[in-house]
Design a protein around this ligand. Structure first.
Ligand code: SAH
Ligand code: SF4
Length: 392
């Protein structure tokens, strides 16, 4: 397949000066409204003005995409100078950007400590979805997932999570002209899925804070129905997701019996299928969202029989659901094969005939290793290449 790299933002990151994280300045990105208020007061903003200042800064940062206090023209000049002394508006750095033949964009985003995470933008006819990461690596070890072979390095901060959305909007040029907020229907970045690297429910607070920022009506203003959090099944956090975030939920289901799911998604040993389903049954009511997405990776001769399809239907009975069938994306050394196309269609047909939507997810961005479960290899490749460069 052809790789069509448009000019990367940086050709050789080793030659770039490291971003000095001006330690003494507080980054305003990623602070919740109450945290922002506290920070402003601590830096000398009178308490009486604090609410108004929070509103103003919020709009500059999240609605207009402004990064420089000097441009915040509805604030007094002296106050702008005062803000710049204590604060900064800092995003993670995009170290490379690749564009797939199908238009998918993959960003390598460098966060503090020199770690990198991947963020993928997937344009479609009626939407543009940004797939964001919540951790560097993952503590879980799902046997079909490449990220699962990489140890957890650390949780991302709320700033680094919402920062991925902001750098993508920078790249898409989607900060509106003043007074012209983008409409959902015409947005380039209209949906967020937490389906990149990491288990979002093992980094709950940061994910919640970042998503509340994404949903805030005075800022990026994405509807909670356009945000989907995917979890491998951290049962105790599912009710909290409904109550504290209220976004759509996707569940990495992938198997219809405990022995098979134990192998594919080992967290199942802790919270087996029956417990998971109980938590899912309660979710739509708690979050007032219509239905849960069941993700099901199609692995040849492992979980793809007609019997599996029927068992899946029996298990999810009574849960408003959509089943997303994901053809397995292979990665170097992966122990599984993708089910044959005819098998996937037959499986989809059984589900569909029972009255559920059963879309087969077209792999996107495979040529740049941006497809589901492939996130890792490319950053490792880049790292290796850089090491080789540095050594030569
Ligand atoms: N940790 C979370 C979210 C990230 S994974 C979770 O597991 O839900 C996003 C989705 O991609 C999950 O459904 C995951 O099971 C799936 N996935 C992982 N590796 C894959 C692969 N190699 N091919 C296809 N889908 C994969
Ligand atoms: Fe982690 Fe999700 Fe991959 Fe499992 S599928 S290893 S939970 S990123």
């Amino acid at each position: 397949m052809t790789i069509e790299p448009t000019a990367p933002i940086t050709q050789d990151v080793m030659t770039l000066p490291r971003q000095t994280p001006a330690a003494e300045k507080v980054n305003l990105v990623g602070l919740t409204r109450p945290q922002l208020r506290e920070a402003l007061i601590a830096a000398g903003t009178p308490e009486k003005q604090a609410k108004m200042r929070v509103d103003q800064l919020w709009q500059w940062i999240y609605q207009k995409g402004v990064r420089d206090f000097a441009q915040m023209t509805n604030l007094a000049k002296a106050y702008r100078v005062q803000l710049a002394e204590s604060f900064e508006i800092r995003l993670p750095e995009v170290t490379s950007r690749q564009v797939s033949a199908d238009g998918t964009r993959k960003y390598l985003v460098r966060i503090e400590g020199g770690h990198e995470v991947e963020t993928v933008y997937i344009p479609e006819a009626d939407r543009g979805t940004l797939c964001i990461s919540s951790q560097v690596g993952c503590t879980l070890t799902c046997s079909f997932c490449h990220t699962g072979t990489q140890k957890l390095v650390r949780n991302l901060t709320a700033a680094e999570i919402i920062g991925q959305v902001m750098v993508a909007r920078d790249d898409l040029g989607e900060w509106p002209e003043p007074g012209r907020a983008p409409k959902n229907e015409t947005r380039l970045l209209s949906n967020i899925v937490l389906m990149g690297m990491g288990e979002p429910l093992y980094n709950f607070d940061a994910v919640r804070d970042a998503m509340l920022i994404a949903m805030d009506g005075e800022g990026i203003s994405l509807s909670r129905r356009r945000i989907t959090l995917s979890t491998s099944g951290v049962v105790p956090e599912i009710a909290r997701t409904a109550e504290e975030i209220g976004c759509m939920l996707a569940i990495s289901f992938h198997a219809t019996t405990d022995p098979v799911r134990d192998k594919l998604v080992p967290i199942n040993k802790k919270w087996p299928i029956a417990e998971l389903l109980d938590a899912l049954r309660a979710y739509p009511k708690l979050s007032n969202s219509e239905r849960i997405t069941f993700e099901y990776v199609m692995l040849k001769d492992v979980n793809d029989s007609d019997e599996d399809a029927r068992r899946l239907l029996r298990l999810i009975k009574g849960i408003p659901a959509k089943i997303n069938l994901i053809p397995f994306n292979e990665w170097p050394g992966s122990p599984y094969q993708r089910s044959d196309w005819a098998r996937i269609e037959r499986f989809a047909d059984i589900i569909y005939k029972a009255g559920y939507a059963a879309p087969i997810r077209t792999p996107r961005g495979e040529d740049i290793m941006a497809a589901c479960g492939q996130l890792k290899s490319a950053s490792e490749r880049a790292r290796n290449a850089r090491r080789a460069n540095a050594a030569s």
